[in-house]
Design a binder for this molecule. Structure first.
Ligand code: PLP
Length: 423
């Protein structure tokens, strides 16, 4: 290697370190700087909800303090300002996932509501008894139950792609499930309970080959991966703000505009209509026809700032940092005697689910809590995945952009206490 190439490599490494200084990042998150039971907080429950940086919190206070008013319907200054901020957030979301336009962005309460919207509206418009919807064996309940409800209501057939012992999607089985009656493939991008990253681009290509549409549950993907909906070639993409360092109460359904605009409204009410008489109503075009009632205005602004925040850090830098943490945590946890990692797919986001011999996951979670370490214990709203691995629950450490190797060490120290207690 020439000297100039070496220098370029070193500079590139230094640049990415400068771009991602975890201590500087941590300083942006007020909640992290506290003790729990006398121990420094180690927050490893980011898969459930990630914490908000100061910029997000401040942006929401600013709305309440300076321009809080309802959107769209007011001619006064405050209403126009809040409308601009709300619609500005929609544009930020569109850029974030590379949507073709902000008109493709529907604000919903979260991933759950976004999926229910598609199940209801797409189901009513396009599905007939006997039509098939395919999901996978590693879905969150929010991408299972809406389809079961639709099955029971509309007579569709629900099919399930199996996963192997590591938690990889079995692609040969998927190919065999696809057929002329397949109308929709609804699948997670990253499995919340075991961390598998699903090859959604290939999933979409195969689905489109039989004329089916594709809905991606991106709740666990957007905080970890750069998502480009056009490059993925999918038709719908859903995610929640609160896993992306934004507030609760808001999420996103992205859909290709022609498809979205062909769907009937999900809920009726104010703000989604063109004209109402006592006999009938005419609806606005997408996305507004899906946003009945007063939306989560302040939360949309917060989500927009969360997007600014992760974009400024760079999703690639975040992914590289988290990948390092995941590799470190996987090695450290694998060395703990009696600990078994559930979900060892080749391509994983920064989520480690595990069980320990003799200790129930709830006991693991409770003991860790006393050492300041917050993990989730339970079925993670993914009971079929738990069933697949023959467990009723796991403990789950899910990492975010502000976690460090020292925190992994603190997790492992806590697990040693668990071992002492139950070993
Ligand atoms: N899908 C996945 C993969 C998730 O992890 C979650 C939340 O944990 C959801 C859907 C539901 O998200 P929300 O509760 O924000 O609607």
């Amino acid at each position: 290697m020439s000297d100039s190439m070496k220098t370029a490599e070193v500079l590139e490494g230094a640049n990415s370190m400068l771009a991602f200084d975890v201590e500087r990042v941590r300083a942006d998150f007020p909640i992290l700087h506290q003790e729990i039971y006398g121990q420094p907080l180690v927050y490893l429950d980011n898969g459930a909800s990630a914490q908000c940086p100061r910029a997000v919190i401040d942006s929401m206070s600013e709305v309440y303090e300076t321009y809080y008013a309802n959107v769209h319907r007011g001619v006064h200054y405050l209403s126009q300002r809040s409308t601009d901020a709300f619609e500005g957030a929609r544009e930020k979301v569109a850029r974030f996932i590379n949507a073709a336009s902000a008109d493709e962005i529907v604000f919903a309460r979260g991933t759950t509501e976004a999926i229910n919207l598609v199940a209801d509206s797409f189901g009513r418009a396009f599905l007939e008894p006997g039509d098939e919807v395919i999901i996978s064996h590693m879905e969150h309940h929010s991408n299972i139950v809406p389809w079961q409800l639709l099955r029971d209501r509309a007579g569709i057939v629900l099919k399930v792609i199996p996963i192997d012992d590591s938690g990889n999607l079995v692609m040969e089985a998927y190919r065999e499930l696809l057929g002329p009656r397949t109308k929709l493939v609804a699948i997670t991008h990253v499995a919340n309970s075991i961390g598998t990253i699903v090859p959604v681009k290939e999933v979409a290509r195969l689905a489109h080959a039989v004329g089916a549409k594709v809905l991606i549950d991106g709740a666990q993907a957007v905080p970890h991966l750069q998502v480009d909906v056009q490059d993925l070639g999918v038709d719908f993409y859903a995610f929640s703000s609160h896993k992306l360092y934004g507030p609760t109460g808001i999420g996103v359904l992205w859909g290709r505009f022609d498809l979205l605009n062909a769907l009937p409204p999900y809920q009726g009410g104010g703000d989604m209509i063109q004209r109402v008489t006592l006999e009938k109503s005419e609806f606005k075009a997408a996305p507004h026809r899906f946003e009945a009632g007063t939306p989560a205005i302040v939360e949309a602004v917060g989500l927009g700032v969360a997007i600014d925040y992760v974009t400024a850090l760079g999703l690639d830098n975040i992914a590289a940092h988290e990948h390092g943490i995941l590799a470190y945590a996987t090695a450290k946890l694998s060395a703990v005697e009696g600990l078994e990692i559930v979900g060892t797919a080749e391509d994983k986001a920064a989520i480690v689910s595990f069980t320990m011999l003799g200790a129930h996951p709830h006991d693991i979670g409770t003991i860790l809590d006393r050492t300041g370490v917050a993990v989730r214990a339970g079925h993670h709203c993914a009971e079929p995945t738990m069933d697949r691995f023959g467990v009723d629950a796991t403990a789950r450490a899910s990492f975010g952009l502000y976690n460090t190797r020292e925190e992994v060490d603190q997790l492992v120290e806590g697990l040693m206490l668990v071992k002492e207690f139950f070993g």
